[in-house]
Design a protein around this ligand. Structure first.
Ligand code: ZN
Length: 347
């Protein structure tokens, strides 16, 4: 039987979810553009100091957008590591997270500052499997909330710039030498970062988990597959790492396509679009549309596509409609059930 595929024209008509977006201002440019293109958003708070506002301010903006656009915006919260060495640190975090959940947060995001930046009073890096997190992650499980984790970085981060496989990593680490681990051999290795995350998951096997950015295993679909096999309550989002899959598609199209077919229930579409204090709306909207269309083409057609992150073109995966629907919507709806207010509920 011939499998059915979406065309480029279908993009606007198909209901879609982006599980990885950031909005730090009260303006609604991203929300309006999402609505116009049949997208719903999961907007994440992140403990990024000082590039993002303090977490309470991030929350204020996210709650406002959620209340004003409940059919488009849901949000996750984050917690600060300030006061880490105080004996009641985790109690305070749990209390605060409880309030955030009351206000509508559906999950909590932990970021790469854990493992790469934050230190305890003895000067040791705080790692994700630290026992101090145990009560917090248990609390999330009890509350039926989702843990979203950006752990470590793409493997490219541990390579010199000229050996990185995709241009977007070369650009980012060129601009952020503080996070370019090749320059900081005294920091934990890529493998140690992954191990800390996995040890945390071993302690919390029933926690609903999203490995943001393909769980930082972007360089190998085999590794992502193994990770998903080992942790049945984990999913991965595609945000900012589709180029890494396209890089692998160039050398083995069938392998990457098989990965999407085999793990069609575990993969979530996400972009990492950011609307920050200094974001220009025209540029943001242009970037959103360009990215959406390039990625839609890659997943739905078998055309040869030129993408900005790679020198050579990549052939699209031509995934069947039902798989695209899962990656672009149904898997997210399963993880965040009834989180977005249905238009039809409007009274
Ligand atoms: Zn992000």
């Amino acid at each position: 039987m011939e499998m059915e595929h979406y065309t480029m024209k279908d993009f606007g008509n198909v209901s879609k979810i982006d599980v990885h977006a950031h909005i730090n201002t009260e303006t609604t440019w991203m929300i309006d553009e999402a609505r116009a293109n049949n997208f719903r958003l999961m907007v994440m708070a992140v403990d990024v100091v000082p590039d993002y506002p303090p977490i309470p301010e991030q929350l204020r903006v996210r709650i406002k957008h959620h209340l004003e656009h409940p059919d488009i915006v849901i949000f996750s919260t984050a917690f600060t590591l300030d006061g880490w060495d105080d004996p009641d640190w985790s109690d305070k975090v749990i209390k605060k997270l409880g309030e955030d959940f009351e206000n509508g947060a559906v999950g909590v995001k932990v970021w790469k500052n854990i493992g790469m930046e934050a230190k305890d009073a003895n000067g040791n890096l705080i790692m994700l499997d630290d026992p101090k997190f145990d009560d917090i992650f248990r609390f999330l499980k009890d509350q039926n909330k989702v843990l979203i984790s950006h752990a470590g970085e793409p493997k490219n981060c541990w390579l010199p710039l000229e050996q990185m496989t995709v241009k977007n990593d070369r650009d980012y680490f060129g601009k952020h030498p503080e996070y370019h681990m090749y320059l900081h051999p005294e920091f934990p290795s890529y493998e140690q970062q992954m191990e800390a995350r996995d040890k945390m998951l071993d302690k919390n096997p029933s926690l609903t988990f999203i490995g943001a950015h393909l769980a930082s295993l972007e360089w190998s679909v085999e590794k992502i597959a193994k990770f998903l096999d080992r942790y049945p309550n984990a999913s991965v989002d595609l945000a900012e790492r589709i180029s890494h899959l396209q890089y692998q598609t160039q050398s083995d199209h069938q392998k990457v396509r098989n990965f999407f077919m085999d793990y069609q229930d575990r993969i979530l579409y996400g972009t990492d679009f950011q609307q920050l204090e200094d974001t220009d709306p025209i540029t943001l909207i242009k970037n959103m549309n360009e990215r959406w269309m390039l990625e839609w083409k890659y997943f739905n057609t078998d055309e040869k596509i030129s993408v900005p992150e790679l020198d050579l073109p990549v052939r699209g995966l031509a995934l069947p409609k039902n798989v695209v629907d899962k990656i672009y919507r149904l898997n997210a709806e399963k993880i965040f059930p009834n989180a977005w207010k249905d238009d039809k509920d409007e009274s």
